[in-house]
Design a protein around this ligand. Structure first.
Ligand code: NDP
Length: 283
């Protein structure tokens, strides 16, 4: 049976159409949803992500600005910028593009963002709420993955989800969200022994490693739903995921491509969170 290809780009377009209606409603109530993105330094990948976020915001009518700061900024100066944004009622969402320069502690900065404006969903208070199943801003990539599965009509409850990767921004939270949806969850990482024997048990396999094409059909059983989170730029400039797409197609029931898979969903969920913040739902 041919695998279904989950097109994150198309799905994002549909979700953004729905969001435009929410934005129109907010504007009718004199609320202009606003996202402020802070970019420190001149990392080309970060700059491209930040520009993508601004473009997508504008598409749905969210006002957005990028505050560009030099990589010589110190922690106190950056904290001061965040404190001002926390106090500004016209700013609904604050996002600090990671990674920050080495001399600044990412965690320290994330914790300075007021939880009611933490549209990335990285603040420990919001993570705690997610862990305990409370309403909160869900981290965008994991939220995008869950939304993709739901919109594609893929049942999660009772399924065995295996996640390769345990980062704070992808692996750990996606496992938690799948658990909240009643999946049986197994985490794998670089110290997992005999990875294949674990991943072959997966009904849903989430791959978030950051190494091009390292997971192929040998890691899957017949009919696995494969979600490829990886974004890897090859020497020739092309983007590829962590999954060997052509090989995985032979066994997967559904699979996400790279590009046009999880990536567009991540930005879309950021817009969703910004609208949620503008509605004042998290105050
Ligand atoms: P991290 O580097 O923080 O985490 C990678 C994880 O993979 C770690 O848990 C690591 O294990 C594990 N790992 C590394 N090598 C192996 C291996 N050979 N076998 C099994 N596990 C392994 O990455 P992120 O979670 O931040 O990102 C993962 C990928 O997803 C990257 O390509 C990134 O670009 C992409 N990404 C995509 C997004 C999107 O919107 N689509 C958003 C965010 C990230 P250990 O913990 O033991 O070191």
């Amino acid at each position: 049976m041919a695998a279904g290809i989950i097109n994150g780009k198309e799905l994002s377009t549909q979700l953004k159409e729905r969001m435009k209606k929410d934005v129109t409603q907010l504007l009718g109530n004199n609320i202009v949803p606003h996202l402020t993105v802070i970019l420190v330094g001149n990392n080309p990948a970060s700059r491209s992500y930040v520009n993508g976020k601004k473009r997508a915001s504008e598409e749905v009518g969210i006002s957005s600005e990028i505050i560009e700061l030099p990589d010589t900024i110190d922690t106190d100066e950056l904290l001061e910028v965040i404190h001002k944004l926390n106090q500004n009622d016209a700013v609904h969402g604050i996002l600090v593009q990671l990674p920050l320069p080495d001399h600044i502690n990412d965690q320290h900065i994330i914790e300075a963002i007021h939880p009611s404006k933490d549209v990335d969903g990285f603040h420990p208070i919001n993570i705690g709420k997610m862990m305990t199943g409370q309403d909160t801003f869900l981290p965008c990539t994991p939220y995008g993955i869950i939304t993709m599965l739901a919109e594609t009509g893929i049942e999660i409850s009772g399924k065995h989800a295996v996640i390769i990767g345990r980062s704070n921004i992808v692996g750990k939270p996606v496992g938690q969200l799948l658990l909240n949806e009643n999946a049986t969850v197994t985490y794998c990482h670089s110290r997992t022994k005999d990875l294949k024997s674990v991943t072959r048990l997966a009904d849903i396999l989430i791959v978030a490693i950051g190494k091009p094409n390292i997971i192929d059909k040998d890691y899957m059983k017949e009919g696995t739903v494969v979600i490829d989170v990886g974004i890897n730029r090859l020497d020739d400039g092309t983007l590829t995921g962590d999954v060997d797409f052509e090989s995985a197609l032979e066994k997967a029931s559904y699979i996400t491509p790279v590009p046009r898979g999880v990536g567009p969903m991540t930005i879309t969920m950021l817009l969703h969170n910004t609208i949620k913040a503008a509605k004042g739902l998290m105050k």
